[in-house]
Design a protein around this ligand. Structure first.
Ligand SMILES: [Zn+2]
Length: 542
């Protein structure tokens, strides 16, 4: 039960009732976060635990984990309290996944607020009851991944699926759409958006429809898309984040942001929606076996590949925009200093090294292109990667829950042939560069080989940021040529990582004043691929 105890403060209490462990000791746990969330559990307080009328001893083992001692086999009740959190305004995206509670609004990703008894099998389907109390009385609407305005009271789900759902309450705009008869609900909090929210709801519905059609799964349950403003608006800054959850998607944007496609090769709202919703199949239906990070090239890279492909097919991206998007991707990959990192390096440094974290997206995207081409060539255009994706989803719906990298490679071999699968293995396991055939973009796009400048800041950025003193300026770098020297006091800087077309600006102390040093972070040239749109043949008029 989720209860609004005090709408003004506000204070919310979450009451969990469940069978305790047979041995009389029950551990209740939230997600530990795995690096993507800052200090999970810190907002929750376990205010009371009971079993059969008796108050239980509680020990907090971690901020996100509690131990209850009770009579063997007892049914336990635990009450957690949440009060006003200031997470929504925090610029750090790792806190936006934590429970957000503020006057008039509640935003909860289940796994960070609904503690689960560790002795229960999280994957087993079971009936689960959810009750909202006190919200309607205070004029707050309630919405979950399963339904709207307090319903349904009971769902059949695994505990994991339920806890990876979204739970919202408050005074938000709720827009309902129907996608071929299936309900899709769009919740928008905040009212200063640069786009009419109805247009945003239409965009969401059209992407949901495109992807369901792709997988031939139009008969889907209720689906919820939530948008909330986070951080503070700064001119010229675009920032977006989101996560796909059970039958839902949570989107986080800067206040006042535009909600439709923006020109430019970078990430856009349609892209983010298309990528995240694709995880409904590639991620939730087809699940990676542990350690998941070894398979991120598939879950993340292929979701990027399909975001681009499906936006093109839906008319939400032009052919030029599609080629631009590929060229940005080719450049990111070519200039990534971790480009040849093997899979173990990704497993180890995904969350700690920016370049390693980006690599599975880039590498997987290129690998998808490669496999798509191999399947089309092998089947004379009868089949493509689309058929492989649908086949994997069929296997998962038929009961195969998890896929190891070896199983994915075996499936790739079945569709694309052994030589292609062997090359993919070299790329995703050993870190070899993918070899793209020249006709990989045919017929519309021509692949050319080119050279582009690598991204080089020219000094030790992390050390400089940490110590406030410029460190390790590279001889003969653009930074050195612009006048940057070791030991200068750095007062401020702006760096767009990976972008060789945007200047780096650093303010340093000079005498009594401040000197601004700026330069393009251009390093050595590296080989890269590039797509060119083929111009249709001109028919000469007599
Ligand atoms: Zn993703």
């Amino acid at each position: 039960m989720i209860e609004l105890v005090d709408p003004d403060l506000p204070r919310v209490e979450i009451t969990l009732e469940a069978p305790g462990d047979t041995d009389g000791v029950t551990e209740l746990a939230l997600d530990s976060g795995g690096g993507s969330v800052r200090e999970p559990g810190r907002d929750l307080e376990l205010v009371e635990a009971r079993a059969g009328g008796a108050i239980l001893d509680v020990e907090r083992l971690e901020p996100w984990r509690w131990r209850l001692t009770h009579a063997p086999d007892a049914r336990i009740t635990a009450v957690f309290a949440l009060e006003d959190t200031a997470h929504r305004a925090d610029p750090d995206p790792r806190v936006h996944y934590l429970p957000i509670v503020e006057p008039g609004f509640l935003h909860v990703i289940g796994s960070h607020a609904l503690a689960a008894p560790e002795h229960l099998d999280g994957g087993e389907e079971r009936p689960l009851r959810l009750e909202w109390r006190g919200f309607a009385e205070a004029g707050w609407r309630t919405l979950t991944s399963f339904g709207i305005d307090g319903g349904p009271r009971e769902v059949r789900s695994s505990l994991d699926g339920f806890r990876h759902a979204l739970f919202l309450a408050g005074r938000m705009q709720v827009l309902e759409r129907s996608v071929r008869g299936a309900p899709v609900c769009v919740s928008v909090y905040g009212d200063a958006w640069a786009t009419p929210v109805a247009d945003f709801a239409d965009l969401c519905a059209s992407i949901v429809e495109t992807e369901r059609e792709f997988f031939g799964e139009l008969d889907r349950p209720f689906y919820l898309i939530s948008l909330i403003p986070v951080g503070t608006r700064e001119p010229g800054v675009v920032s977006m984040g989101g996560t796909g959850l059970t039958n839902s998607f949570a989107l986080f944007l800067l206040p006042g942001a535009s909600l439709v496609a923006e020109e430019g090769p970078g990430m856009s709202i349609p892209w983010l929606l298309a990528h995240e919703m694709f995880h409904e199949w590639n991620g939730h239906a087809v699940t990676l076996a542990q350690p998941e990070r070894l398979g991120y090239w598939f879950s993340e890279g292929f979701s990027d590949f399909y975001a681009r492909r499906l936006l093109l097919r839906a008319g939400l991206l032009t052919l030029e925009g599609y080629a631009d998007s590929w060229n940005t991707r080719f450049a990111e990959f070519a200039t990534n200093p971790e480009r040849n990192a093997p899979a173990e390096r990704i497993a180890e440094a995904f969350w700690t090294d920016r370049n390693v974290g980006d690599l599975p997206y880039q590498r997987g995207d290129l690998v998808a292109l490669l496999i798509d081409h191999a399947i089309r060539t092998r089947t004379n255009g009868e089949q493509s990667l689309d058929d492989l994706m649908r086949d994997l989803v069929r296997r998962s719906r038929a009961g195969q829950r998890e896929f190891t990298v070896d199983e994915l490679l075996a499936a790739i071999g079945e569709f694309a042939g052994e030589p292609a699968a062997a090359h993919v293995r070299e790329v995703v396991v050993d870190g070899v560069d993918p070899e793209l055939p020249s006709d990989v973009g045919a017929p519309e796009l021509e692949l050319v080989r080119t050279e582009i400048p690598s991204f080089e800041v020219g000094f030790d950025h992390d050390k400089t940021v940490a110590e406030g003193v410029v460190a390790s300026v590279r001889e003969d770098s653009a930074a050195a040529h612009a006048g940057l020297r070791d030991g200068m006091q750095a007062l401020g800087w702006s760096v767009s990582f990976g972008r060789t077309d945007l200047t780096i600006e650093i303010q340093v102390c000079e005498g009594e004043g401040v000197r601004k040093i700026s330069y393009l972070p251009v390093g050595e040239a590296v080989p890269a691929y590039r797509f060119q749109v083929r111009q249709p043949c001109q028919v000469r008029q007599p």
